[in-house]
Ligand binder design. Structure first.
Ligand code: MG
Length: 392
C-alpha cells in the first residue's frame, strides 16, 4: 500500500509500537497517513493524537444527549451514545491488549464510530435517509466520516480533524458500492472486497458486544423487558443460573448486573480465543496480509449462534415494543417536519447552513448536516420553535 506520509521524527511512536504491538497490528510507520501532512508529536503516538482529537471535538460532546435506544429525557441511567461509545472503547481495548493490537487506534475508532448518528437513534437516521432519497440518501456511517473529514471546524490549516487513514477506515464500517466509488482511496476496500485493519474489525464486534448487553440491562431497568421473558434466551438463562449457584440469596439489580457481566466476559473470552486461533492459522506478518486475508477477528460458530438469538430477542421484544415504537414514530415526524420546513424555506436555517445559488442538492445536504448534528433535546426545541406559535 502506498505511503504518502513521511514522518520526520517518530522516536516515541516507533519505540512504543515496536515494543507493544504484534507485526499484524496497525503501525503508524506503515500507515497511509493523514490527508494533510503534519509534524509528528514528540510525546504521543499518531493514533493517540487521533483519539485526543476525537475527544475534543464538538460532535463527541453531542453524543451525551443523543439516543441509543431510550431518548435522553426518559431516564438518567439509560445508555446514551456517549456512554455506549465509552463501553465500546473499554471492551475493544481489553481485547486489543490481549491480541497485541494497537489500543490507541481501536480506542479512536470506538469513540468516533457513532459521531454521525442523528438524534433519536435509528428512527432518526431512517427518517433522514428517506427525506434525502433524491439527494444521495443519508447513512450514519458515512456521516461519521463526514464529521471527522469535513464538518468539525477546529484547525486553521484544514477542515475536519485530519485523522489517520486507518482511523477513518475503521469509522467507515459499511458503505454501499455506489458511495465507495465516490470516496476515493477510503472506499477501495469495499470495491476490492478486502478487510480493514484488525483494529477496525475488533471495534465493529466490540460495538455489538456492548449494545447487545447494555440493551438487556436498559430494557430490564425500563421495565419493557422482564427476567421471565429473558428465561427463553439460553445465553442469559445459563449465566443467570451460574449467578444463583455462586450467590443463592442474590436478586434484583445486583443479580442482573452479575449476569450481564458474565455474558460480556464470555463473549470477550470467546472472541480473543477464536481470533488468536485464526491469526495463528493465517500467520499475517503485516497489515497488508491482514487486508488480503478473511476476517480474523471473529467469534466461534456457537457464540455467533448465541449472539444471533440474543439480537433476535431484543429486536422482537425491545426495539419493537409499543412504547419504543411510539417514540420512534414521534422521532420520525420531528425529523421529517424539520427537513421539509427547512427545504421549503431555507431562510429559517441558521446563516451558517444557508447556501445561496448552489442548487437544491447542496442545500439538502446542508439541512441534513444541520439535523444530523442535533441532540435529541435540541431537535425537539427546534421543532417547537418552528411549529409552536408560543415558542421563540
Ligand atoms: Mg455503536
Amino acid at each position: 500500500m502506498k505511503c504518502y506520509w513521511q514522518p520526520l521524527v517518530l522516536v516515541f511512536d516507533n519505540m512504543y509500537q515496536e515494543s507493544h504491538l504484534a507485526p499484524y497490528a496497525a503501525h503508524s510507520a506503515s500507515s497511509v497517513g493523514r490527508r494533510f501532512v503534519e509534524t509528528p508529536s514528540a510525546s504521543r503516538t499518531e493514533f493517540q493524537r487521533d483519539r485526543d482529537r476525537i475527544i475534543h471535538s464538538t460532535a463527541f460532546r453531542r453524543l451525551e444527549y443523543k439516543t441509543q435506544v431510550f431518548v435522553n429525557h426518559e431516564g438518567d441511567l439509560f445508555r446514551t451514545r456517549l456512554t455506549h461509545s465509552l463501553e465500546v472503547a473499554q471492551i475493544a481495548r481489553s481485547i486489543a491488549r490481549n491480541l497485541r493490537l494497537n489500543e490507541d487506534l481501536v480506542e479512536a475508532i470506538s469513540l468516533a464510530h457513532d459521531l454521525g448518528h442523528t438524534p433519536f437513534g435509528h428512527a432518526g437516521q431512517d427518517a433522514l435517509n428517506h427525506c434525502m432519497k433524491q439527494y444521495g440518501g443519508f447513512e450514519h456511517n458515512l456521516q461519521s466520516l463526514r464529521v471527522v473529514d469535513a464538518l468539525e471546524e477546529r484547525y486553521g490549516a484544514f477542515d475536519g480533524l485530519n485523522l489517520m487513514f486507518e482511523t477513518r477506515e475503521g469509522i467507515l464500517k459499511h458503505c454501499s458500492l455506489k458511495n465507495a466509488q465516490q470516496l476515493g482511496e477510503i472506499g477501495h476496500r469495499f470495491i476490492q472486497k478486502k478487510q480493514p485493519t484488525l483494529e477496525a474489525q475488533l471495534a465493529n464486534l466490540a460495538d455489538e458486544i456492548a449494545y447487545n448487553n447494555h440493551d438487556i440491562d436498559d430494557g430490564l431497568r425500563s421495565g419493557l423487558l422482564t427476567e421471565a421473558q429473558l428465561a427463553e434466551v439460553d445465553f442469559y438463562a445459563r449465566h443467570r443460573r451460574e449467578v444463583v449457584l455462586a450467590y443463592p440469596d442474590i436478586n434484583g439489580r445486583r443479580a442482573i448486573h452479575e449476569t450481564v457481566r458474565r455474558m460480556i466476559n464470555a463473549l470477550i473470552v470467546d472472541l480473543i480465543q477464536t481470533s488468536q486461533e485464526c491469526i495463528a492459522q493465517a500467520q499475517p506478518s503485516s497489515s497488508d496480509d491482514v487486508r488480503n486475508a478473511n476476517a480474523l477477528i471473529v467469534f466461534s460458530e456457537p457464540m455467533y449462534a448465541e449472539a444471533a438469538l440474543l439480537k433476535r430477542f431484543l429486536r422482537e421484544n425491545l426495539y419493537r415494543h409499543y412504547q419504543v415504537s411510539r417514540m420512534t414514530s414521534k422521532a420520525r415526524r420531528i425529523i421529517t417536519e424539520l427537513f421539509e420546513a427547512f427545504m421549503a424555506e431555507p431562510i429559517l436555517l441558521p446563516p451558517d447552513y444557508q447556501v445561496e445559488n448552489s442548487g437544491v442538492g447542496k442545500q439538502a445536504r446542508q439541512v441534513a448536516d444541520y439535523i444530523a448534528g442535533m441532540t435529541d433535546r435540541y431537535a425537539m426545541r427546534e421543532h417547537r420553535r418552528l411549529f409552536s406559535v408560543g415558542e421563540i
